[in-house]
Design a protein around this ligand. Structure first.
Ligand code: SF4
Length: 141
């Protein structure tokens, strides 16, 4: 690829938003991934959230041996009228979404469930954090 094309690709990516920014979610007023969530939780997530005064039994459920965010009436227990009630303390999986781990290919992919996935850009740090998360979850199982 010639340099001009590379520069053009970079420019095309420039308008996209970091995963952790949550900007596409806010712009589109989207909470789709907070509905019937299956977001896994690490011990560190659980400790961080419970330090905010939440009881573990009120936000953690176990599915197939994995601890995940609880739903109430089909929505993440932390989803309020104005969005996530624990945004600054949210699980690492929520910070990385829509980047998810594809078990078949053993790599990080952008989940096609997210309707605004093309507006996010994935950094090398995001991919490293995803693999660290998967490793942590595997160890904790
Ligand atoms: S589905 Fe995508 S755009 Fe919607 S809230 Fe989740 S990450 Fe944000």
């Amino acid at each position: 690829m010639v340099k001009e094309e590379l520069d053009s690709n970079k420019r095309n990516e420039a308008w996209k938003h970091l995963l952790s920014s949550g900007i596409p979610c806010t712009i589109h007023n989207c909470v789709k991934c907070c509905i019937e969530t299956r977001m896994p939780l690490t011990s560190v997530d659980i400790e961080r959230i419970s330090k905010q005064g939440y009881k573990i039994k009120d936000f953690v459920v176990k599915r197939k041996g994995e601890r995940q965010l609880k739903n109430v009436d089909g929505r993440c227990v932390f989803l309020g009228d104005d969005g996530c009630k624990i945004y600054s303390f949210r699980p690492i999986g929520c910070r990385l979404y829509p980047l998810v781990y594809d078990e078949d290919d053993g790599k990080g992919v952008i989940h096609d469930f997210c309707p605004h996935r093309h507006e996010f850009k994935v950094s090398r740090d995001d991919v490293e954090n995803l693999f660290a998360l998967i490793k942590e979850l595997d160890i904790e199982l």
